[in-house]
Design a protein around this ligand. Structure first.
Ligand SMILES: [Zn+2]
Length: 103
């Protein structure tokens, strides 16, 4: 069972992740056109987010038993299913319209 200090640490970790995502979203949704330095930051942020998603996807892979080697559940695990569903979601149409990489 998790003690109070652990629960607080995990909550703060989660809040930190959400805060960073909120800042990126706020930046992306700004009405004013980006300045040159802001556009460069946006490109960096996009690449950073791709690295984050890739790192999560990379953790989850089908193992020799037909399950997720990370989660220990049936393949595809909930994490991969959630990422895939979110990327296919009509609300995320911009992501769905991105050209697919072969292979
Ligand atoms: Zn998994």
């Amino acid at each position: 069972m998790m003690n109070h200090a652990q629960a607080r640490a995990f909550r703060l970790l989660r809040e930190e992740i959400y805060t960073q995502l909120d800042e990126v979203e706020f930046f992306a949704m700004a009405d004013a056109p980006w300045q040159e330095d802001e556009e460069a930051s946006a490109r960096t942020l996009l690449c950073d987010l791709v690295v984050v998603v890739r790192s999560v996807v990379g953790l989850h892979a089908e193992d020799q038993y037909g399950g997720c080697g990370f989660c220990g559940t049936a393949w595809p695990c909930d994490s991969i299913d959630s990422i895939h569903r979110t990327m296919q979601d009509p609300e995320a149409a911009a992501l769905a319209q991105l050209p697919r990489r072969a292979g």
